[in-house]
Design a protein around this ligand. Structure first.
Ligand code: NAP
Length: 306
């Protein structure tokens, strides 16, 4: 594959940025990748593991001369980061981000950027519950979606180039309106995370009366919630604070459905429960058919020989 950008700067060196770096290297997509993270500890780790061609000690140094700047920090600090890098941006450069919420990122980042740069916000729909510079891997974006949400009037050439980079790291790319993105993600990611956090929190309270049975018998379903509920607290705090309206809308609907199921259980309405679970099972099949998860039982977990 040919080089898409001569120089790319990664701001933030966690799970997403490190995965991007390894995937960019795998594809030979960029001439030089510079990187910056807030703490000296993360920058030292990055240097030790060879994450980035050059790790810089300031954001300005990292973005100096970059054709593409990728903001890979928690959503809540995107605006402050944009303000800091703005004076150092090269005219004609593209700024993008990987934040899980899009309207808030556009509202907080765009006002800081000079007219001489293109702003093409993005969101890779790929991740794990791990974080930090050592958690990344080149395959993270393979066959996953990356949504680009360019504001009206964005230069089509800048969008096409960024699309080529995401396709080069293995993603399928689609463009979407920011508000629509935030609603879709509230359904598919944000509300499920909140529900998982709640379920694990409830179980943790119960654990005190059941003497560790919740942990011992977690394979019955609970452990799948715990994986999601182990996700980074800073990232998820910011997601809920910045995608407030869409998340509350979906949680309202969720609560109504929960009450309906609660009522069906109380009144012994087995038909309602059966119909509901039949419908949800079909959704799982659709995800597998779309190649977005494994068909293997129990998510393909390897069983130890007994
Ligand atoms: P992460 O592993 O926790 O890494 C975050 C990085 O941001 C770290 O390098 C951190 O530096 C840096 N950082 C934090 N605050 C900063 C600040 N004030 N100024 C400069 N740098 C700062 O996070 P991640 O999972 O890669 O997530 C990054 C972004 O991707 C988030 O916006 C998230 O919403 C989005 N995203 C995440 C996932 C996922 O599943 N994790 C999926 C899609 C999109 P230090 O290490 O020095 O603190």
């Amino acid at each position: 594959m040919s080089v898409i950008y001569d120089r790319v700067a990664l701001i933030g060196l966690g799970l997403i940025a490190s995965s991007l770096f390894w995937a960019i290297k795998r594809g030979g997509l960029v001439g030089e990748v510079t990187g910056y993270a807030r703490s000296a500890e993360t920058r030292d780790t990055a240097r030790r593991i060879g994450l980035c061609d050059r790790v810089c000690d300031s954001m300005a140094d990292a973005v100096d001369g970059a054709d593409l700047v990728i903001l890979a920090v928690p959503v809540g600090v995107m605006g402050a980061v944009a303000a800091e890098i703005a004076p150092a941006l090269k005219p004609g450069a593209t700024v993008t981000d990987v934040g899980s919420v899009k309207r808030d990122v556009i509202d907080t980042v765009a006002p800081h950027l000079p007219d001489t740069v293109h702003f093409v916000p993005g969101h890779p729909l790929a991740g794990t519950e791990h974080s930090g510079p050592e958690s990344g891997f080149a395959e993270l974006f393979d066959d996953r979606w990356c949504l680009l949400v360019p504001p009206d009037g964005t230069d089509p050439a800048a969008i096409a180039r960024l699309r080529a980079l995401w396709e080069g790291v293995g993603s399928n790319v689609e463009e979407m309106d920011a508000d629509h993105h935030d609603l879709v993600l509230a359904v598919t990611s944000h509300a499920p995370h909140l529900i998982a956090y709640t379920m694990v929190g409830v179980a943790d309270d119960l654990r005190r009366v059941t003497d560790s049975e919740v942990i011992k018998y977690s394979a019955a379903g609970f452990r799948d919630f715990t994986r999601i509920a182990a996700s980074d607290p800073t990232m998820w705090r910011d997601v809920f604070l910045t995608n407030k309206d869409a998340t509350l809308e979906i949680l309202g609907r969720f609560t109504e459905e929960l009450f309906a199921l609660q009522r069906a259980i109380r009144t012994g309405d087995g038909a309602h429960l059966h119909d509901y679970f039949t419908r949800t099972r079909a959704i799982r099949r659709g995800i597998i058919e779309a190649g977005q998860d494994t068909d293997a039982p129990d998510f393909g977990r390897v069983k130890k020989p007994s």
